[in-house]
Ligand binder design. Structure first.
Ligand code: NAG
Length: 285
């Protein structure tokens, strides 16, 4: 969707979290129409939320009546004008002398700044009951996928694809099960980071790998993320990375390959698939 859809969805989400949230309809640079979200803190602070980028901006209005030399807050947001705001309860038109965002005061109770659409008018556009009763919980189904079985299955398929690929290059393939196992913790950390945005340093994984790779050996690992479980497609995508190709087609002394797959199942059987190819071999000095 575009910014209108995203802003409405984000606003609904924030309202659902119990915040005082509104969709703002206005413009950004060059007068381009734009829609974003605003929340009002209990302390009166105003925060803008850009639904397309997840950026947040704290709004501080410029006081037009301040003495000329008084320091004024610098606009931080990309928004230029705001014409109206709405949520599931109200629709308010901006009737301040200027609709410039940097001059706007968002005190919605003040009728001389924000003209509210009448309750009757609101009722005539919102179906009765739609704004008063909570919507039914969305009927999300629990995943029917067994993540452990799906991980093992995909891992076996990838192992045989790698062996075949190496056979075509006249290379034998020796797997290191212990090394494969060690890759699991990294894959869990990647998924956690992907979901939460919080990076959970991977020191333990790096330490485990260091312990598993003898002196004079080199380790290379290639992690990648998919939203499907098709081994052939995944393998083809991986091989397009020169770094992964180097791992899969590694030749040399004491070459041991590893592959690990972790499938994470989510409602509606959506899945996130992390896989990692790795190799260790004796470095040629
Ligand atoms: C409402 O806004 C007007 C300016 O439009 C201002 O003069 C007045 O003080 C405001 N009222 C309150 C209660 O803040």
């Amino acid at each position: 969707g575009d910014c209108e859809n995203h802003a409405t969805l984000l606003c609904s989400l924030l309202l659902g979290f119990g915040l005082d949230a509104y969709v703002c309809v206005g413009t950004k640079a060059k007068g381009t129409p734009h829609t974003w979200v605003l929340t009002r803190g209990t302390d009166g602070s105003i925060t803008f939320w850009e639904s397309l980028t997840a950026h947040r901006y704290v709004h501080r209005a410029i006081d037009p009546d301040a003495p000329p030399l008084a320091p004024q807050p610098k606009p931080t947001s990309p928004y230029r004008t705001v014409g109206c705001v709405f949520n599931h309860h109200t629709f308010r038109a901006n009737c301040q002398p200027s609709d410039a965002v940097e001059l706007c005061v968002f005190d919605f109770q003040n009728q001389s700044r924000w003209k509210a659409m009448s309750q009757e008018a609101l009722k005539s556009v919102c179906a009765p009951g739609s704004t008063t009763s909570l919507p039914p919980l969305p009927p999300l189904c629990a995943p029917s996928l067994d993540p452990a079985a799906a991980s093992n299955q995909l891992e076996l398929e990838l192992r045989s694809l790698v062996s075949e690929h190496r056979k075509d290059l006249d290379l034998a393939t020796l797997w290191d099960d212990q090394l494969s196992y060690l890759l699991s913790s990294a894959l869990s950390a990647y998924e956690l980071e992907r979901c939460s945005g919080v990076s959970c340093g991977n020191e333990e994984f790096q330490d485990a790998v260091r312990r598993a790779v003898p002196d004079g050996h080199t380790f290379k690992g290639f992690p990648i993320h998919f939203l499907h479980r098709n081994a052939r497609r995944a393998f083809a995508t991986c091989l397009r990375s020169p770094f992964c190709e180097e791992i899969v087609c590694c030749r040399g002394d004491h070459v041991r390959l590893a592959v690990r797959v972790r499938v994470f199942a989510y409602p509606e059987s959506a899945c996130a698939v992390w896989l990692m190819f790795a190799v260790k071999y004796r470095s040629v000095l």
